[in-house]
Design a protein around this ligand. Structure first.
Ligand SMILES: *[C@@H]1O[C@H](CO)[C@@H](O)[C@H](O)[C@H]1NC(C)=O
Length: 159
């Protein structure tokens, strides 16, 4: 007659699981996402969503006059971009030039498509959509797909 007890245990652990997950993220929409910082806030000021940058930002440097920036990540970083699950990589060092609604001369971000790696050279924002420029080509995606800063994949977090 152990079955009801086992079921009861499973049910209890499910309940505590869902309780603990709801406790750890009380207001996901209103709170600053953990792992994001000043560099991500800077993106918002320039009209971009924070999801363009992974969470693993070690430092950033921005010259507000020229718009030139330098971002250092903790390590090279691989993420899957929504919604088409393109694989993207970030170098440890990312440079470029940012002005309102436009990032240009990007160096350090590549995306995998058509069996090749392409460097993303520019990103434009019109509030609703982001337009990614890869050389002469461009692709448009809704900005809301980038509301969350992605965690880097395939790397163990050292704790
Ligand atoms: C920022 O950029 C401007 C314009 O290019 C330049 O004159 C200035 O020296 C730069 N400031 C720093 C701190 O690099």
């Amino acid at each position: 007659m152990a079955k009801p007890q086992v079921l009861c245990l499973i049910w209890l652990s499910l309940v505590s699981l869902s309780l603990s997950s709801s406790v750890s993220t009380p207001n996901p929409k209103t709170q600053l996402q953990s792992g994001t910082g000043e560099a991500h806030q800077e993106l918002i000021k320039y009209g971009f969503p924070i999801g363009l940058l992974p969470t693993d930002v070690k430092s950033y440097n921005l010259n507000r006059t020229s718009g030139r920036f330098l971002i250092m990540l903790g390590d090279t970083c691989r993420v899957t971009l929504p919604p088409d699950n393109y694989l993207a990589t970030y170098n440890k060092k990312i440079t470029g030039k940012i002005v309102e609604s436009r990032i240009a001369e990007i160096d350090g971000i590549s995306v995998r498509a058509f069996f090749k790696w392409w460097g993303i050279t520019g990103i434009r924002s019109n509030g609703q959509d982001l337009v990614f420029e890869v050389g002469m080509l461009s692709a448009k995606y809704p900005s809301k797909n980038f509301d969350e800063s992605p965690d880097c994949e395939g790397r163990r977090t050292s704790s």
